[in-house]
Design a protein around this ligand. Structure first.
Ligand code: CP3
Length: 327
């Protein structure tokens, strides 16, 4: 579950009281490891996600940020012109040592019992924060830049592509077994614009990573991806994450059985009676078919989600007897 160590866990909230800065919680090795292991200890999922953020690598290539309580991510100096591009430099992985160290420790801690998952943001999604200066509902600044300053945006996206590819390879070499690319805001683009402004950069990242780490599976997730499924497949990733607005059976039909699918229980089901959640998990698993499916939510765990519901999700998942279920 994405954002698995997010604010729904009491253990996390307690730690957040003691260390109120998100940058601190996500940049000190001991805290990263402790938070990453909280959901693993509580629910024993098959994968442990490093506690981090898609914005974590930004300072390592020249962009400072903070995460404020109500506003969310804030970029102090957004890039909107040729001038702004001057602050960018190649990624300095030495500044991300805490990520490498944490992955190494997590790999040792979970041994053969779970996969360790690393993640990054896709260039387009990272660029929305760098250009808009934070979270946006409309994406008007970056979308208009596609027309008013295409060269600046292309230079920024190319820079992010190289930095993110280097960062993925660093995560894999440090201990990540699998990488998820979040193009969370790719679904805000009309599909033909996604083809131009997001897909080529993701494809390039996949090529660069596959050259160095051919065995590491790559998952691609887009929020609002119903119009993009076939296009996502063109990037060469191994698994496609579906949000909950796509029917899993339709997704499988459109993508075929050779590629992996991940998802896609509506996170709001975790607020419903357990019986309804049980049925929904079974429906999603059945719709995805017997092979190449990673059961997950269709987006991150929502704030306020009861921990018992998350526990129930994992109990149901584990109780599905593969052979009898698919007869
Ligand atoms: O432990 C894990 O499971 C990893 C958790 C995780 C975080 N960020 C920690 C976090 C993951 C997978 C991310 C990725 C991320 N960050 C994405 C892609 C996933 C998605 O949601 O589509 C995006 C778009 C971001 C950017 C981001 N970071 C936003 C928009 C926010 C504010 C969200 C909000 O609800 O306020 C963050 C902050 C953030 N990153 C939090 C967490 C747990 C909440 C802040 C906190 O705990 O102090």
């Amino acid at each position: 579950m994405m954002r698995q160590a997010g604010r729904y866990m009491a253990a996390y909230r307690k730690l957040a009281e003691k260390y109120p800065s998100f940058r601190e919680r996500s940049e000190i090795t001991d805290l990263i490891v402790e938070i990453s292991l909280q959901p693993w200890k509580a629910f024993r999922p098959d994968g442990v996600i490093i506690f981090s953020d898609i914005l974590t690598p930004l300072p390592a290539f020249g962009i400072d940020f903070d995460i404020e309580d109500v506003r969310g991510p804030v970029i102090q100096s957004p890039i909107r012109s040729e001038e702004g591009l001057k602050s960018l430099h190649p990624i300095d992985l030495d500044k991300l040592r805490f990520v490498g160290e944490s992955l190494k420790i997590l790999r040792q801690e979970v041994g053969g019992q779970a996969a360790v998952l690393g993640f990054v943001g896709a260039p387009w999604t990272i660029a929305t924060y760098i250009v808009e200066g934070g979270t946006t509902r409309t994406y008007t600044t970056i979308k208009s830049m596609c027309h008013t300053a295409p060269h600046v945006l292309r230079t920024l996206l190319s820079h992010l592509t190289q930095a993110i590819a280097d960062y993925i390879i660093f995560q894999v070499e440090s201990g990540a077994d699998c990488i998820q690319i979040f193009d969370s805001w790719g679904g805000q683009l009309p599909p033909d614009m996604w083809e131009r402004w997001s897909k080529p950069y993701i494809k390039e990242i996949v090529n660069l990573v596959k050259k160095k780490c051919p065995k590491t599976p790559i998952v691609l997730y887009i929020n609002g991806n119903g119009g993009l499924l076939e296009r996502m497949k063109d990037t060469g990733v191994d698994v496609i994450g579906l949000d909950w607005t796509v029917d899993m059976a339709d997704g499988r039909r459109r993508l075929g059985n050779e590629i992996g699918v991940q998802g896609n229980v509506d996170p709001a089901y975790l607020f419903s009676p357990h019986a309804a959640l049980t049925e929904e998990i079974q429906r999603v698993v059945r719709s995805a078919g017997p092979r190449r499916h990673i059961l997950n939510l269709g987006h991150g765990v929502l704030v306020g989600t009861p921990e018992e519901a998350v526990a129930h999700f994992f109990e149901v998942a584990r109780s599905l007897e593969f052979e009898s279920f698919f007869q």
